[in-house]
Write a protein that binds this ligand. Structure first.
Ligand SMILES: [Zn+2]
Length: 294
């Protein structure tokens, strides 16, 4: 295949790209077509490498408003509503919505997706369906699956066993949700358990970490310490970490040293956290009428 008349990143002159057996074999100013070669006119558009979506939830995709809308706008209300929707999941329901979403992403140039999958489900309906989706889509999409304990590991019945079962079924990464666990002790224990599981099955680690407007939510320090001390380092991702926005400067300064040593990755989630975050924080100096002070 020969793609002609395209711009390559940071270059102004038009180029031709030759693709043979699925691989780019030449990028030149002008390439003459070979016999029977398929030619695509790039129409002076920009040719880019595929995009990466490092954080999506394909099990809950395309379910907005089911069974009700999130009127409060908080993350925790979202989790409550999803918990209701989860009861109606079927294998085909998950596959249909996930494939539809992946095709939408592919049509916008995404070819690498990491999806978290809620495994706080005794039947693991979504995980089993998404493992099939990963296989069915592999020719056009590289999909990673994270065992994500949406309702906690220590705080959900048989949470540890469900995580272990997920690792055995074939996920790519182990997740956690320390800020949703019932207490600080559970949060720390859940992370230690998740790291041990990731090491045992040689998997990546990606935890929703401190996704809450609580300055006392400090699970990131535990994630970073474990990333450092296990040597997993850049196999580790801390997702969202929005509580950092509430930390005091002295603590943040200390934490930064550890984060640098741990060499872990972060996945910000501006699209969602701009809406779900800050909902329960009063706006400083907001106008208050004399009547409403009482
Ligand atoms: Zn998420």
């Amino acid at each position: 295949m020969l793609i002609q008349n395209v711009h390559i990143e940071n270059q102004t002159a038009l180029k031709s790209i030759r693709i043979e057996n699925g691989l780019i074999t030449a990028i030149e100013s002008h390439l003459e077509p070979q016999q029977n070669e398929k030619i695509i006119d790039g129409q002076q558009q920009l040719a880019l490498p595929p995009f990466v979506d490092p954080h999506v939830h394909l099990d809950s995709t395309l379910t907005a408003g089911q069974p009700e809308w999130n009127e409060s706008g908080t993350l925790f209300d979202g989790i409550r509503i999803w918990s209701e929707r989860k009861k109606a999941l079927t294998h085909q329901d998950v596959k249909d919505r996930a494939l539809k979403a992946l095709k939408m992403q592919a049509s916008h140039g995404v070819q690498f997706v990491r999806s978290h999958v809620d495994v706080t489900d005794p039947e693991l309906v979504a995980l089993k369906a998404l493992i099939e989706v990963r296989e069915e889509a592999k020719d056009w999409m590289t999909l990673q699956l994270v065992a994500f304990p949406q309702e906690g590991i220590l705080s959900f019945p048989n949470g540890k066993a469900l995580m272990t079962k997920s690792a055995q079924l074939g996920v790519d990464a182990i997740g956690a949700i320390p800020h949703f666990e019932f207490n600080r002790e559970y949060a720390v224990e859940s992370l230690k358990f998740a790291f041990e599981l990731a090491q045992e099955y040689d998997l990546l680690f990606d935890a929703h970490t401190d996704e809450i407007d609580d300055p006392n939510s400090r699970s990131l320090e535990t994630v970073a310490t474990l990333a450092l001390e296990t040597g997993m380092k850049d196999k580790v991702t801390a997702s969202h970490t929005t509580a950092m926005g509430c930390y005091n400067d002295a603590y943040m300064y200390k934490l930064m040293r550890l984060l640098k040593m741990a060499d872990l990755n972060f996945t910000a989630n501006p699209l969602v956290n701009l809406f779900l975050g800050g909902v329960l924080i009063p706006i400083p100096n907001a106008a208050v009428s004399p009547e409403s002070r009482n």
